[in-house]
Design a protein around this ligand. Structure first.
Ligand code: UTP
Length: 318
């Protein structure tokens, strides 16, 4: 269990409703944007310096007080679960290397990891539907397996608090350049109730549009891969027909709930978000995190600055 899991998980919001204490990480997708690397290696296990992306995501959950994590996996992806298993053979070998031993043990002690399989990749909503028997009718967090936020600028605690206060669906948005709206799900919003303002920059969601052209976009607020959902989402997923791409979309199930009166709110996140779902974002993530590391950041930054200015990089001297 996480060292963080004791305190906020038992917290209760001002409404008297308990906060979500379980997280679901849908990670069964085919990761086509990262082929061929992801033919045999799940994108969730691509390393960012010396930890797989998935570990940063589980750490984000445990930092918010969530110690129970369900990984939704698929064919060829069971190695994701192995990462959190105990390795007594490795521990024995590392007995005289305390730092490495601690790093290995940390992965085993982070959280209680559970797993289930999505037998066919029929969409994010379909994947989340498999969490029902683990989660029951309690609210829960969903963390997409290819994106995470900077630990010093957390997002999830505010989302958990907001969900406990409203009892509804809670999303997170980040601002994109107006020209880039066609790459994201974009929300239309209105001001939230004044009594929610102590939680952060909260908006009420009035609709969602998938990948609109800039001229059709209702805002420049794009959907981030974090959700806190009420248990009623499972019934909504069952009632959701395949939508865009023939997939059962989580967005459509949330829209169903919203149209039936469930409040939908979002936190506008202004911290640092790392998107590792495709090569450019992944490279940017590795460079940023490596640059900030206490153990190798100074040397890496020095090398990077020299490289960027060198002929080899096609930089300013060429
Ligand atoms: P993406 O839309 O990023 O799809 O899914 P993907 O397969 O991961 O990657 P691309 O677009 O083909 O490159 C968003 C999240 O939903 C999960 C993915 O694993 C990812 O975390 N997902 C998607 C499932 O678990 N099952 C699905 O059927 C679809």
């Amino acid at each position: 269990m996480s060292e963080h899991s004791a305190n906020p998980s038992s917290a209760t919001a001002a409404s008297g409703r308990p906060r979500a204490v379980k997280a679901v990480i849908p990670a069964a997708g085919l990761a086509t944007r990262f082929l061929p690397a992801t033919k045999a290696v799940p994108k969730e296990l691509l390393p960012v310096v010396d930890r797989p992306v998935l570990q940063y995501i589980v750490e984000e959950a445990t930092q918010a007080g969530i110690g129970d994590v369900l990984l939704i996996t698929g064919r060829g992806k069971t190695s994701m679960v192995d990462h959190f298993d105990r390795r007594p053979d490795l521990e024995e070998r590392l007995a005289k290397k305390p730092e490495l031993l601690a790093a290995v043990k940390r992965t085993e002690e982070l959280a209680a990891i559970y797993t289930c399989r999505q037998p066919e990749q029929l969409g994010l909503g379909h994947a989340v539907g498999f969490a029902e028997s683990h989660v029951g009718d309690a609210p829960f967090a969903v963390l997409l397996g290819d994106e995470f936020v900077k630990p010093a600028e957390p997002l999830l605690p505010a989302m958990l608090e907001l969900q406990a206060r409203t009892g509804g669906v809670v999303l997170a948005f980040f601002e994109v350049d107006a020209a880039e709206t066609s790459r994201y799900g974009i929300a239309s919003v209105e001001p939230a109730e004044a009594e929610l303002s102590d939680i952060g920059e909260v908006v009420r969601v009035t609709g969602m549009v998938e990948k609109p052209k800039p001229e059709d976009a209702p805002s420049n607020l794009a959907v981030l891969g974090r959700y806190v959902l009420p248990g009623t989402i499972f019934d909504a997923i069952r009632r959701t027909e395949p939508g865009s791409g023939g997939e059962i979309q989580l967005t459509d199930a949330m829209e169903l709930l919203r149209n039936e009166g469930t409040p939908v709110h979002a936190i506008v996140y202004r911290g640092t978000r790392y998107d590792t779902g495709m090569p450019l974002g992944y490279l940017q993530t590795v460079v940023q995190i490596a640059s900030e590391r206490d153990d190798l950041g100074a040397e890496f930054r020095k090398w990077l600055a020299e490289f960027v200015n060198s002929d080899a990089s096609g930089g300013p001297n060429t």
